[in-house]
Design a protein around this ligand. Structure first.
Ligand code: FES
Length: 577
């Protein structure tokens, strides 16, 4: 593009010409001490860094970036690191998901507007991975993901503690009176004892598996612990590889083909991955023009067993997963079972099948064989019916088998604040057969679609030993959570979906094997309720939240903003000052 040197690289349009513009671009860069030969037409590699002390899961990424930089130099490239918006799941309010698309815009425009030929994406905490991949996919320059890696396993009073999953379990125990508050607080430091992201198969680990399954990362990216020296070696190899990828013009559009998404959907079932992956993969696919639907998720996931015995569906943690053989061992098992498109391309340069052909499973307890899975049906179930015309999702491996077919009466909460105010009210008419219904927590209603869909049970039921109930909402659920939770109901209540019309006492029928979710209320009564329905009052203050609410797509479309869908390429309108 544009004038510049004769290297054929995009960055030559900035650095290649012996004219005024070339002078401007090179001179200011030289203020950082770069020698002249770095501007000789070698590939310029962006290192897109989400390190932030406010995103504890990514706080160590500067060290990873250093190793990527070393690899880029070794391969003859010119590394230039740049920061982008970082999304910390535990700190950001109202929810990090509200900012995934904003961060993707930051990434997209930072790549496109700068003299970059290829980019390494440093991700970790939940939303940072889809945000960076979405932004890079919309630019379509060679891109490779290096995840920060999971924390070491939590250790507490002789046992292990899984990120998030233990918090949900312990907080219920405290409310049930079976755990002391002191013990609960002591567990804090024991759970998060090293750098890295959540070490359960939460959303961060799931998305790290997804990028490896999609072919966007080198083998073993998903599971090497953050503090394991092999994570740094992987970063260095990734730095070398991205330089080659630029020379091969290996762009996301050549990697993110339909087969890659189909592989990722199946891998999500095999690892017992998060329901959040549904939203993120649909949104990533939208950026590269691949139509991935909820029905694809249901169809492809059927018959895929969960092999990886990790919390929250199972027992072990990411550290165990890596020592057992990591994702390549799972990919090999799926390939041997005919459940993988082995010819799918990867950033490694080999096909996905070639990348896992030699993989070994060192523990059939952690990575189960196909004929002895943790859960026979590991895929995400997509439910439809008059309560979810555009679909809803449920993770069978995290649900109670006896609740997968259930009929119960609704106990409704119109917002998360309403839920918090009334869930332990002695006057609340609820028992273990009830269906807890949470409204107005979807993409527009919350806004940002909070992770509150696994709402805690009433304390008086917990005290009686009840540990699961059917719960319905237009919200999301943390990937570290579990329970019989129907999530992502679309259209959401705040957009006038049927969920908004549910009232206390309405009979609700859930039939996961039949993929049905029905509200047993007469159509004329529903029509009456619809006539008097008003959208919930908005507390919108304009700015980003205003734009988000106006343009966000519903959950079945991945919650991208409508105007961000698609690949816009790397071409810059105006090419010089
Ligand atoms: Fe960051 Fe779980 S809070 S990965």
């Amino acid at each position: 593009m544009g004038s510049g040197g004769d290297s054929g690289l995009r960055s030559a349009a900035w650095f290649g010409a012996a004219d005024r513009d070339g002078f401007l671009h090179r001179s200011w860069m030289k203020s950082q001490g770069h020698p002249a030969d770095l501007f000789d037409g070698r590939p310029v590699i962006g290192i897109c860094n989400t390190a932030s002390e406010l995103t504890p899961c990514n706080a160590h990424l500067d060290g990873v970036a250093e190793r990527v930089r070393r690899g880029v130099f070794e391969a003859g490239g010119f590394p230039l690191e740049f920061p982008v918006m970082s999304l910390g799941e535990t700190n950001l309010r109202p929810t990090a998901m509200l900012f995934r698309n904003l961060a993707s815009m930051d990434v997209e425009e930072s790549i496109r507007g700068n003299p970059i030929d290829g980019v390494v994406l440093l991700c970790g905490c939940d939303k940072t991975t889809p945000a960076l991949v979405m932004g890079a996919a919309s630019c379509d320059l060679p891109a490779l993901v290096v995840s920060g890696g999971p924390m070491l396993s939590g250790k507490f009073r002789g046992g292990e503690l899984g990120s998030g999953t233990a918090v949900w379990r312990f907080s219920e125990e405290v409310r049930a009176g079976t755990m002391e508050l002191e013990e609960f607080l002591e567990a804090e430091a024991c759970m998060s004892r090293s750098a890295g992201h959540c070490m359960t198969m939460g959303t961060a680990s799931t998305m790290a598996c997804m990028v490896e399954a999609l072919g966007l990362a080198l083998p073993h990216n998903a599971a090497i612990p953050a503090v394991d020296s092999r994570r740094l070696a992987l970063a260095q190899l990734s730095g070398r590889r991205i330089v080659e990828m630029v020379r091969e013009d290996l762009r996301p559009s050549r990697i993110l083909v339909r087969e890659a998404f189909e592989n990722a959907v199946r891998v999500n079932g095999a690892v017992g991955g998060s329901t959040n992956a549904v939203l993120h993969l649909v949104a990533i696919a939208g950026r590269v023009g691949v139509e991935l639907t909820l029905d694809d998720w249901d169809r492809l996931g059927r018959g895929v067993p969960t092999l990886v015995d990790l919390e929250p569906s199972g027992r072990y943690l990411m550290e165990d997963f890596y020592y057992a053989g990591g994702l390549p061992a799972v990919l090999r098992a799926l390939a041997e079972g005919g459940l993988l498109h082995t010819g799918a391309p990867t950033v490694d340069g080999r096909t996905l099948g070639e990348c896992c052909a030699e993989a070994q499973n060192h523990s059939e307890e952690v990575i189960r064989p196909l004929d002895r899975p943790l859960c026979a049906e590991g895929g995400i179930a997509v439910l439809r019916g008059n309560l979810a015309p555009d679909g809803a999702v449920l993770k069978p491996s995290a649900a109670s088998p006896e609740l997968l077919v259930h009929r119960g009466r609704a106990v409704c909460f119109s917002s998360i604040e309403d839920y918090k105010a009334r869930i332990d009210d002695p006057a609340l008419e609820v028992d273990e057969t009830s269906v807890l219904v949470l409204q107005n927590c979807g993409p527009r209603g919350y806004p940002g679609m909070a992770e509150v869909g696994n709402m805690g049970l009433p304390a008086r039921l917990l005290e009686r030993g009840v540990r699961d109930m059917v719960r319905l909402s237009d919200a999301r659920m943390s990937g570290t959570a579990y329970g019989t939770a129907v999530l992502h109901i679309a259209p959401e209540a705040a957009a006038g979906g049927p969920l908004a019309l549910v009232r206390d006492g309405d009979p609700i029928e859930l039939d996961v094997p039949a993929r049905r979710l029905e509200l047993s209320v007469a159509p004329d009564e529903l029509a009456r309720r619809r006539a008097s329905w008003k959208p919930p009052p908005s507390e919108m203050t304009g700015g980003w939240q205003g734009l988000y609410v106006e343009r966000v797509l519903q959950a079945d479309r991945g919650c991208d903003l409508d105007f961000l869908v698609g690949c816009r390429g790397a071409r810059v309108g105006r090419e010089s000052h």
